[in-house]
Design a protein around this ligand. Structure first.
Ligand code: ADP
Ligand code: MG
Length: 246
């Protein structure tokens, strides 16, 4: 949609680890409010692509423009851009020695984006939204995996990001907890968040994704609507992958 802003603009991205070429030539745009699901076998470069977007990994070559800022340009203040990109990992990455509330308020207060009271008010509002209003003073060890991941999502939202990246957010969860995390992500998508989600949850992709991208071997093999890529894949590698996960 041309009237919407391009949030993520990647052209000819390559990423090597030593001699290993992990991303070979990735070009992709993500529009404001778009939900993109990245599918692909283990080792295809999905995590590396996400990590390049917020420069947790440095691109070997190519261009990445986030919200109009060229993050591959050394003069760009990457920390400023990162404040706008929330990231949720497979293993939650909560601070175990801090309460839920302190996990959530630490970064915005430290970065002086909010004072303590504002951060606390916002955190309580977000905890309510993810169904954990009563867990503000709990420590991560007192929470289930699904609750921890909902806290991790709320913590990312506390920074008021306008892009959210998810790297297999439900892969480490017991099956009965997957639904509660996906429900939070669905609501976020409905509210218009721009999202890039690496997941093997095909049902989520079908229901929520505007676009599905299938990656293998550091390339985008196929992309399109869920109807196109999941229900009617054209590339043999996509068909083979889906036959294993469906
Ligand atoms: P995926 O998320 O699709 O499973 P990754 O992006 O994690 O794939 O990894 C792609 C390839 O890059 C794998 O072969 C992996 O071993 C390699 N790789 C990822 N991170 C590093 C790293 N920091 N150093 C060296 N190799 C890495
Ligand atoms: Mg990965």
């Amino acid at each position: 949609m041309e009237d919407k802003q391009c949030k993520i603009h990647v052209t000819n991205l390559k990423k090597n680890f030593g001699k290993l070429e992990v991303l070979k030539d990735i070009s992709v745009d993500v529009q404001e409010g778009e939900v993109v699901v990245l599918l692909g076998p283990s080792g295809s470069g999905k995590s590396t692509l996400l990590r390049c977007l917020n420069q947790l990994e440095t691109a070997t070559s190519g261009k990445i423009i986030i919200d109009g800022h060229d993050v591959t340009d050394k003069h760009t203040d990457i920390n400023k851009v990162r404040e706008n990109i929330g990231m949720v990992f497979q293993h939650f990455n909560l601070f175990n020695h801090l309460t839920v509330l302190d996990n959530m308020t630490l970064a915005p207060v430290h970065l002086k984006l909010m004072n303590k009271e504002e951060a606390r008010t916002e955190a309580l509002r977000l905890l309510e939204r993810v169904g954990l209003a009563d867990k503000a003073d709990a420590f991560p060890s007192q929470l289930s995996g699904g609750q921890k991941q909902r806290v991790a999502i709320a913590r990312a939202l506390e920074m008021k990001p306008d892009i959210m990246l998810f790297d297999e957010p439900t892969s480490a969860l017991d099956p009965e907890m997957v639904g509660e995390v996906l429900a939070v992500m669905k609501e976020l998508a409905r509210d218009g968040m721009t999202m890039v989600v690496v997941t093997h949850e095909i049902g989520f992709a079908r229901e929520v994704a505007d676009r599905v991208i299938f990656m293998e071997g550091g390339y985008i093999v196929e992309q399109g609507t869920p109807e196109e890529v999941i229900n009617n894949p054209k590339e043999p590698r996509t068909i083979d992958f889906l036959s294993k996960v469906l």
